[in-house]
Design a protein around this ligand. Structure first.
Ligand SMILES: [Fe+2]
Length: 288
C-alpha cells in the first residue's frame, strides 16, 4: 500500500443545465478538473462533497457527468441539499457504490487511510441530518475499523461556521455524532462543504474542515447583516495530502491566479538555493 496520497475535495459545484443563462458554475468546474488533471504530484482521488447540481435536475446531472468524465482521477460523490438522490442515480447508474444503502453512505478501503462517506441529505430541505439509521451504520463502521486512520466526508459540517444563516441550515443530529466521533482517537479529519468558504475547526477531538466552492463563495458575514450575500472571491478546491509519519495536511487550491501579483524574478537564485539547502540540512539535524 502507498505511503502517501492526494485527495482533491471539490464542493458545491452547483452545476446548471444548458438552458441556464448563467453557466459560470459549469465553466469553473471544467477549469477545476483541468487543474486537477495537470497537478503534480498526481492526484489519487477526487471527492465531491455535495451540491453537485443547483436543482437536482436530470439535465444538470447530465452536464455534471460530461464534465467529470474528463477527470483523470476517479471521482466519488455524496449528495448535498441541492441534490436529488433519484435523479443522481439515474445518470450515474454506473457508480455502484451509491447502491449499497438507502442513503448514499459508503466506505473506501484501498488507501492507507480508511474513507467514510456520510450522506446528510434530507430531500427537499436545506438543512441536513444524521438520523438514527445513519448513526447506527456509522457506529458499526467505526467499531470495525478502530485500528486504522480514518477520514470522514459529508456535505453539512457538524459544527457552526459563525455565519448565522448558514448555521440555521446546518446538520441535525450533530450531538450524537460528536459523542461517537470523540470516543475514537483514530479519526484524522472530518471534511465537509455546504458553507461555500474555507473554514477550519477543532471538533470532537479531530480536525474539522470546510472546503470552498468551485463556484461562488459566500460573504464572511460574522456580524449577520449580509444575509444570503455571495461574492466574487475566487473559486477553489481543497487538496488533502496524507503521508505516513506526517499525517494529513490540507491546502486550498485556487482555480485562477490573482491578477494583482505576478511571479517576481529572484536575482542570484543559486545563492538563495545554497542557503535554503544548508538550512534544511541543519533543520533536519536539529529535529532528529
Ligand atoms: Fe452549496
Amino acid at each position: 500500500m502507498k505511503n502517501e496520497f492526494f485527495i482533491a475535495q471539490i464542493s458545491d459545484m452547483h452545476i446548471v443545465n444548458n438552458e441556464s443563462q448563467n453557466n459560470l458554475n459549469n465553466i469553473q468546474l471544467e477549469k477545476t478538473i483541468n487543474k486537477i488533471n495537470s497537478f503534480e504530484p498526481k492526484i489519487d482521488l477526487v471527492v465531491a462533497t455535495g451540491d453537485l447540481t443547483d436543482n437536482g435536475y436530470i439535465s444538470e446531472y447530465k452536464v455534471l457527468q460530461k464534465i467529470i468524465s474528463k477527470s483523470i482521477p476517479k471521482v466519488l460523490m455524496i449528495p448535498g441539499n441541492h441534490d436529488k438522490r433519484e435523479n443522481l442515480i439515474k445518470i450515474f447508474s454506473n457508480q455502484k457504490y451509491l447502491y449499497n444503502n438507502k442513503f448514499f453512505c459508503y466506505t473506501k478501503n484501498n488507501l492507507p487511510v480508511f474513507l467514510i462517506f456520510i450522506d446528510t441529505l434530507v430531500e427537499g430541505k436545506p438543512e441536513g441530518e444524521v438520523c438514527e439509521e445513519r448513526i447506527k451504520w456509522l457506529k458499526e463502521i467505526l467499531f470495525q475499523n478502530k485500528d486504522k486512520p480514518i477520514i470522514i466526508f459529508l456535505h453539512h459540517p457538524p459544527f457552526d461556521s459563525g455565519i448565522w444563516w448558514m448555521d440555521a441550515i446546518g446538520l441535525k443530529g450533530r450531538k450524537k455524532l460528536k459523542q461517537i466521533i470523540e470516543s475514537y482517537t483514530n479519526i484524522e479529519a472530518i471534511l465537509a462543504g455546504h458553507v461555500h468558504r474555507s473554514i477550519q475547526k477543532k471538533w470532537a477531538g479531530t480536525f474539522g474542515h470546510i472546503a470552498p466552492s468551485t463556484a461562488h463563495q459566500i460573504e464572511l458575514d460574522i456580524k449577520g447583516n449580509k444575509f444570503l450575500h455571495i461574492n466574487n472571491e475566487p473559486s477553489a478546491f481543497s487538496l488533502h495530502h496524507w503521508s505516513k509519519g506526517n499525517g494529513l495536511t490540507s491546502h486550498i487550491c485556487y482555480i485562477e491566479k490573482s491578477k494583482s501579483y505576478v511571479n517576481s524574478e529572484v536575482k542570484d537564485i543559486n545563492k538563495f538555493k545554497k542557503y535554503f539547502t544548508k538550512a534544511k540540512l541543519e533543520f533536519d539535524k536539529f529535529e532528529k
